[in-house]
Design a protein around this ligand. Structure first.
Ligand code: NAP
Length: 461
C-alpha cells in the first residue's frame, strides 16, 4: 500500500510552485508532488512574462527551486497535458490533480483591421522578447515610426517601456538575443498608451509607472487637461481611492509637469480613447479612435461612453494589451466568458452536472480566478486550493482509512516515448545559460528553442 498521497500539478508557474510548497508544509500528511510542464523549462510567466529589465522580480525563482529540492518532488518538463498525458491518465496515477496552467491566450478588441499585419497581441510580443520557444519565430516590424499600445495595465507599460528603452540598457538583461537585435534597429519615434477610461481608473501600479520618469531616451507626454478629473472621479480620489491610485495620479502630475527635452522617442499617455478601426493596405497604417467620457453605472463604477469626437492617427504597429484569457483544457469544464475553470475555493465544479464538485480535481492561479494580481497573489490563492483539497482527503481517509496505490507515471511516459526532462536537467540548462551570460555581463543568455535545450540536456547529463 502506498502511504503517500500523490498529487499531480499541471503547470510550473508561481501558482504551481506555491501549491507544491503548501502541500509540503503539511506535517500531518505524507505527500508526493509530480509537476508537469509543457516546456523543458520551469517557472511559467516568471521566465516567459516578467520583463527582462525586472530581474529582481525574477529572483522569486529561488523560492521555487528550494521547493523543487524536496525529496518528494519531481519535475516532468517537456510533457504536454492533452498531448502526452490526458486527464484520465492523471486520475489513474494520482490521488488528486491541481491545474495551474495560467491564462495563455489574449483578449481581442473585436474591431475591424485587428488581423492586419503589424497588429499584435501584447502577449505575443512579451513572449517573443522573453525567448518563449513558441514565439521566437514571430516577426515585429520596428522600422515604423508610430506604435499604439491599447490598454493601461502593467503589461501595456511593459510593452511601451521595452519599445521606448535604449537597447543598450536591455543588452544587460536576459532579453532574447534576436529581440535585442530587432530593437537595436528600431525606428520608432512615438509610442502611444491608450486607455479607454481616465487616469484614476488605470490598472497599472505606481512602481511600474514611475519607471517612465527615468527613461533616458524617451520623453513622456500627457495631453493638456488630461489630469483634470471629472467631479465624480475627483470625489472618488478624495474618498475611496487606495494609496496606489493616489500615487499614480501624483506620478502622472510629475510627468505632465516635465517639459519635453528632445529625446529620441516620445511615450504618450492618452486617456479616454477607444480604438474603433485599424486600417491600411495589407498592413497597419492608420488607427481610428473615439474619445470617451465617463458615466456612472448603477453599481457606482465609472464606465467609458463614446462621444462624437473621432480622431485618426498614423500608425505602424498596434499592440492590444487588454488582458490575458484562459484556454479550455481537454475533459475539464470551462467558462468561456471569464476564461477560467469553474471552481469553489479551487475545487473544480461541473456546470453541466448542476455544479457538482469534482472530487479529485482542483485549480489554482489565473485559471482559477482569472488574470489578475501580482506573483505573490498566487500564494494565498494556491494555499486556499490546497486546504480545500486536504479537507476532501480528510473525509476520504475517514471513510476508507487508506489512500490508494497508484502506478508510477514514469512507466506510462516511457511507454509513450515522451522525452521528459527532470529538475536536475533544468539546473544543467540553468547553469549553462548563466555561464553564457557571465561572459557578456548579463544574468543569463536564454536558449529559446526546445530542440537546442534538449541537445544541452543530452550533452550535459
Ligand atoms: P489588466 O491589469 O487587467 O489591464 C487591462 C487593461 O486593458 C485595463 O486598462 C483595461 O481597462 C483595458 N481594457 C480591457 N478591455 C478593454 C477594451 N475592450 N478596450 C480598451 N481597453 C480595455 O491586465 P494586464 O495588464 O494584462 O495584466 C495582467 C495582470 O498581470 C495584472 O494583475 C497585472 O498587474 C499583472 N502584471 C504585473 C506586473 C508587475 O507587477 N510588474 C507586470 C505585468 C503584469 P478597464 O479598466 O477600463 O477595463
Amino acid at each position: 500500500m502506498n502511504s503517500f498521497w500523490k498529487i499531480a500539478v499541471i503547470g510550473s508557474g508561481p501558482a504551481g510552485f506555491y501549491a507544491a510548497g503548501e502541500l509540503f508544509r503539511q506535517q500531518s500528511w505524507d505527500i508526493k508532488v509530480d509537476m508537469f510542464e509543457r516546456l523543458p523549462t520551469p517557472f511559467g510567466l516568471v521566465r516567459g512574462g516578467v520583463a527582462p529589465d525586472h530581474q529582481k522580480i525574477k529572483s522569486v525563482t529561488k523560492i521555487y527551486s528550494r521547493i523543487a529540492e524536496n525529496e518528494n518532488f519531481r519535475f516532468f518538463g517537456n510533457v504536454e497535458f492533452g498531448r502526452d498525458i490526458k486527464q484520465s491518465d492523471l486520475l489513474e496515477h494520482y490521488d488528486a490533480v491541481i491545474y495551474t496552467v495560467g491564462s495563455p491566450a489574449d483578449r481581442a478588441l473585436g474591431i475591424p483591421g485587428e488581423d492586419l499585419s503589424g497588429s499584435h497581441s501584447a502577449t505575443e510580443f512579451v513572449a517573443w522578447y522573453n525567448g518563449h520557444p513558441d514565439f521566437r519565430e514571430h516577426k515585429f516590424d520596428l522600422s515604423v515610426k508610430y506604435a499604439f499600445v491599447i490598454g493601461m495595465g502593467n503589461v501595456a507599460l511593459d510593452v511601451a517601456r521595452i519599445l521606448a528603452k535604449n537597447p543598450e540598457e536591455l543588452a544587460e538583461t536576459d532579453i532574447a538575443d534576436y529581440a535585442l537585435k530587432t530593437l537595436r534597429k528600431s525606428q520608432l519615434e512615438d509610442i502611444w498608451l491608450v486607455g479607454r477610461r481616465g487616469p484614476l481608473q488605470a490598472a497599472f501600479s505606481p512602481v511600474e509607472l514611475r519607471e517612465f520618469l527615468e527613461l533616458p531616451e524617451a520623453d513622456v507626454m500627457i495631453e493638456e487637461n488630461a489630469l483634470e478629473l471629472d467631479a465624480e472621479s475627483q470625489h472618488i480620489l478624495e474618498t475611496i481611492s487606495g494609496k496606489d491610485t493616489k500615487k499614480n495620479i501624483e506620478i502622472l502630475k510629475q510627468m505632465s509637469a516635465m517639459a519635453a527635452s528632445g529625446k529620441k522617442r516620445k511615450v504618450h499617455f492618452l486617456f479616454l480613447a477607444s480604438p474603433l478601426e485599424i486600417s491600411g493596405d495589407g498592413k497597419v497604417e492608420k488607427i481610428r479612435m473615439v474619445r470617451n467620457q465617463l458615466v456612472k453605472k448603477e453599481d457606482g463604477s465609472l464606465r467609458p461612453q463614446a462621444t462624437d469626437k473621432i480622431v485618426e492617427e498614423d500608425a505602424g504597429l498596434v499592440f492590444r494589451s487588454i488582458g490575458y484569457h484562459g484556454k479550455p483544457l481537454a475533459d475539464l469544464p470551462f467558462d468561456q466568458k471569464s476564461g477560467t475553470i469553474p471552481n469553489e475555493f479551487g475545487q473544480v465544479k461541473d456546470p453541466e452536472n448542476g455544479n457538482l464538485l469534482r472530487n479529485r480535481e482542483y485549480v489554482a492561479g489565473w485559471i482559477k480566478r482569472g488574470p489578475s494580481g501580482v506573483i505573490g497573489t498566487n500564494k494565498q490563492d494556491a494555499v486556499e486550493t490546497v486546504h480545500r483539497m486536504l479537507e476532501t482527503f480528510l473525509k476520504e481517509k475517514m471513510e476508507s482509512g487508506k489512500n490508494v496505490s497508484n502506478p508510477d507515471i514514469v512507466l506510462l511516459l516511457e511507454k509513450r516515448k515522451v522525452e521528459f526532462v527532470s529538475f536536475a536537467d533544468w539546473k544543467l540548462l540553468d547553469a549553462h545559460e548563466i555561464e553564457a551570460g557571465q561572459k557578456q555581463g548579463r544574468p543569463r543568455v536564454k536558449l529559446t528553442s526546445t530542440a537546442e535545450m534538449l541537445e544541452i540536456f543530452c550533452q550535459k547529463r
